[in-house]
Design a binder for this molecule. Sequence first.
Ligand code: NAD
Length: 367
Amino acid sequence: MATRSLFLLPGDGIGPEAMAEVRKIIGFMNDKEAAGFSTDEGLVGGCAYDAHGQAISDADMEKAMAADAVLFGAVGGPKWDAVPYEVRPEAGLLRCRKDMELFANLRPAICYPALANSSSLKQDVIEGLDILIVRELTGGVYFGEPKEIIDLGNGQKRGIDTQVYDTYEIERISAVAFELARTRKNEVCSMEKRNVMKSGVLWNEVVTATHKARFPDVKLSHMLADAGGMQLVRRPKQFDVIVTDNLFGDMLSDIAAMLTGSLGMLPSASLGAPDAKTGKRKALYEPVHGSAPDIAGQGIANPIAMIASFAMCLRYSFNMVAEADRLEAAIAAVLDKGLRTGDIMSDGCKQISTTEMGDAILAAYAG
Ligand code: NAD
């Protein structure tokens, strides 16, 4: 009997091509390992607009809310550049994040040994890197009010954004970071700008208090976010879990991600609060990359970010840690063999298609 429900939203461009490779892995796990996944599928982004005039329909949104986890491909493309703002493809993703209250964004930066020499940093700085950035996703300066441009009447205008955090928002994101640290090296570094921002002072206080009250076993350090940016490129391996706000997290997670190479390799997860009855968190897993319209439909997209997002889903939504480890090891093994999609191709390697990459990873997983 199916006990684990997945809702798939492949989306536009290379989204469906990458999702097809994950579907093969789900099928294998159901057939050979009795994983008991039930899957349903919906439309999001431009394809949903074409079908319903909305970036995601209410019916699909309900299914996303009800599922144990959502796997999301990518949305957007030039075809929908001129559609009204409220129904643009990205609105589908934003609605998922808002309705599911996904306040914690997890972006791992892992350096696969076979790709260590393709980083812009020196190989020894990057080899073996495994850090996790936990970014607050639903608060801070991107959402705070007032948020406006006002006319000062003297030929000048004033642009205003408001950085605002309440205690509960900082408590819940730091709790996610501490909990995840316990499954890793047990270290959290919190980053803010308490030297110049009141919200940074509060952030620092609340993280410290949450640590003391609930997670004293985890090693906690604090760093100013600008220094954190420097340290990420200077000595990234000093970090395990980094927790930070929406704005700093946006930038720091992009810096950390690019330490390891191509967009086609980068997974992410967004988590909500645990359900009061079941303890399960709402969750959406997606590659960091977009719909890559320039290569869509050619069968050459790298499916690894999507497959690694599914590995995160196994780990965080279903506690299938052994399977997640095996799937991540399968990705590393295929790269070790010199198999590459075009975006990560280098001398002496063999270039393969999206499907061949998916098949090779599944074969390595199946052992
Ligand atoms: P993109 O991530 O789609 O592509 C950037 C570049 O990286 C392109 O050259 C692309 O070919 C390459 N690339 C990306 N993923 C790849 C993969 N898996 N394999 C091989 N190459 C890959 O970003 P963009 O070009 O700025 O945006 C394209 C569209 O995607 C736009 O409509 C944008 O709004 C949308 N977008 C969506 C999301 C999302 O769905 N979460 C995120 C970013 C951009």
